[in-house]
Design a protein around this ligand. Structure first.
Ligand code: FES
Length: 159
């Protein structure tokens, strides 16, 4: 019995077969798995490891390397705030502090209604437009507290 939908399971089998080394499909599979389940629970890790002929430990090592992969549930809107050097120099730490104040939670916490979570992250490749944050797959750049408020409000209205 799979933890994934039939469509995702089919996609995994196609992905694994499309690389000379099935292991090369691991990161995209983890991203699709997280999109479907919201995070990567132990059953998902075990199933993906078996599909690729890898150990669960090898899969967990990859998950540990990438900050966008998580083994615990996050909010519907996962707010990742960069405080790496370019963002830090242009107010990234203030943006993070503002997000935390606005949402009433700290780094790696989720709001009680499950709508938002916050994570402080390393460089997201948007240094030229620092400070930046990412909500799920959406980038937001050149931030200040007023822009952060608009962004959070937009997602709150979306529900
Ligand atoms: S340092 Fe923040 S995006 Fe690069």
């Amino acid at each position: 019995m799979s933890v994934f939908s039939p469509a995702t399971r089919d996609r995994f089998e196609r992905l694994a077969a499309s690389y000379p080394q099935p292991r090369s499909a691991l990161v995209p599979m983890l991203l699709y798995a997280q999109d479907e389940l919201g995070y990567l629970p132990p059953e998902a890790i075990a199933e993906i490891a078996a599909l690729l002929g890898e150990t669960e430990l090898a899969v967990r090592e990859v998950i540990g390397y990438y900050s966008m992969l998580r083994t615990a549930p996050a909010g519907r809107y996962h707010v990742q705030v960069c405080t790496n050097i370019s963002c830090m120099l242009r107010g990234g730490e203030e943006v993070l502090a503002h997000c935390q104040r606005r949402l009433g939670i700290h780094n790696r916490q989720t709001t009680p209604d499950g709508m938002f979570s916050i994570e402080e992250v390393e460089c997201m490749g948007a240094c030229a437009w620092a400070p930046a944050l990412q909500v799920n797959y959406d980038f937001h750049q050149e931030l200040d507290p007023a822009k952060v408020d608009e962004i959070l409000e937009k997602y709150r209205r979306q529900g």
